[in-house]
Write a protein of this length. Structure first.
Length: 355
């Protein structure tokens, strides 16, 4: 097995599909950072999830936390917080435990880690699969998903470095498997997951975004290597449309980034992975487009069966399909034709062309 360092160096970075389609439809079925002292007891929310001006993450307040721990990690001089869920009640892995898959999940803009946990029920589904889940907290309830420096985020690379440091820390302290590290996110957090996948493909075994797209314009993010990616998008998203947001409205709090369309986002990852032409199939509840990653791109031999997939979900807005948490007003409907959480975790377990 390659070390974490070997994996992260194999494809130096600069920031969702197969010729055989699944038969199943869309039905629900710097210096090394030091850890700061963790707080004791079960986690509760941390910062409030109240929406800020221009919020697109669905933050409507602090959600009740499930059992877990609130942890801290010092990176670039800042103490960053995250919620950590282990697949068992054991507070720390023993030497006899094998390495465990890790999912890093980014909340939406204006929200927080507890809100995403409640919306996705990700820790429950991941626990059943023996996976660690880390829900990091964004600075100012958001993420630097684009490459442009702003007044609010003068260092546009900060969150990418934080993600790398968090993964390295959990590999070292929680026996996270460096060969099975995944990122996922919603809205601005989905775009952040895509940026990590684009700029650090060698760090990840897969990535997934719900209601998130790649930034474009002067904040553009370009995929740099092969990595399995799934993009889940509502066909009726009223906040950040399926066709992208090339000219976003001004925002006094923090600039909203221009983005590519959901399809162009997936196609960019497919192109970086040496994929051929996609195949699209209409299924119950969604349209599924699949590109099979090639082996010709640098590092493509590591993804011989990987895919990039785009799922356009019918009767879905700027929401997490399958969630039981009501979205904010104006975000559109929540589809019940697809359980995005199980769909994403199944994709991480098997990103190939399907049955």
């Amino acid at each position: 097995m390659r070390s974490f360092g070997e994996r992260s160096r194999r494809w130096p970075g600069v920031l969702a599909l197969a010729l055989v389609l699944p038969l199943a439809g869309c039905a629900t079925d710097s210096d090394r950072p030091d850890a700061a002292p963790p707080s004791s007891g079960s986690s509760t929310s941390g910062a409030t999830g109240g929406g800020t001006s221009g919020s697109t993450g669905g933050g409507t307040g602090t959600a009740t936390a499930a059992p877990g721990t609130r942890e801290q990690l010092r990176v670039d001089g800042d103490v960053r917080q995250y919620l950590l869920h282990r697949p068992s009640s054991t507070p720390a892995p023993s030497a006899a435990d094998g390495p465990r898959p890790l999912v890093v999940a980014f909340h939406g803009r204006g929200a927080d880690a507890a809100e995403l946990r409640a919306k996705t029920r990700l820790e429950k589904a991941a626990t059943a699969r023996g996976m660690l889940v880390a829900f990091p907290e964004g600075l100012g309830h958001g993420w630097g998903a684009g490459t442009r420096a702003t007044r609010q985020r003068p260092d546009p690379e900060l969150d990418v470095r934080f993600t790398e440091a968090l993964v390295e820390h959990l590999v070292r302290t929680e026996r996270a498997d460096p060969e099975r590290v995944y990122v996922a996110g919603f809205s601005n957090g989905g775009s952040m997951a895509l940026r990590v996948a684009a700029e650090r493909p060698g760090l990840l075994a897969g990535a997934a975004s719900v209601s998130g797209q790649l930034p474009t314009g002067d904040a553009a993010v370009e995929p740099t290597g092969p990595v399995p990616v799934m993009v889940v998008y509502g066909a009726d998203d009223p906040v950040r449309p399926l066709a992208g947001l090339p000219s976003p409205p001004p925002d006094p709090e923090e600039p909203i980034l221009a983005t590519r369309s959901a399809r162009d986002t997936a196609a960019a990852f497919a192109a970086a992975g040496g994929a051929g032409e996609p195949v699209t199939r209409e299924e119950e509840g969604c349209d599924r487009t699949v590109w099979r990653l090639g082996t010709g791109a640098p590092g493509g031999d590591r993804r011989p069966d990987g895919t990039v997939r785009l799922l356009v979900v019918e009767d879905a807005g700027h929401t997490w399909p399958g969630s039981t948490v009501p979205p904010p007003e104006g975000f559109g409907p929540v589809s019940k034709a697809l359980d995005a959480t199980d769909t994403i975790l199944d994709f991480f377990a098997d990103p190939g062309p399907g049955r």
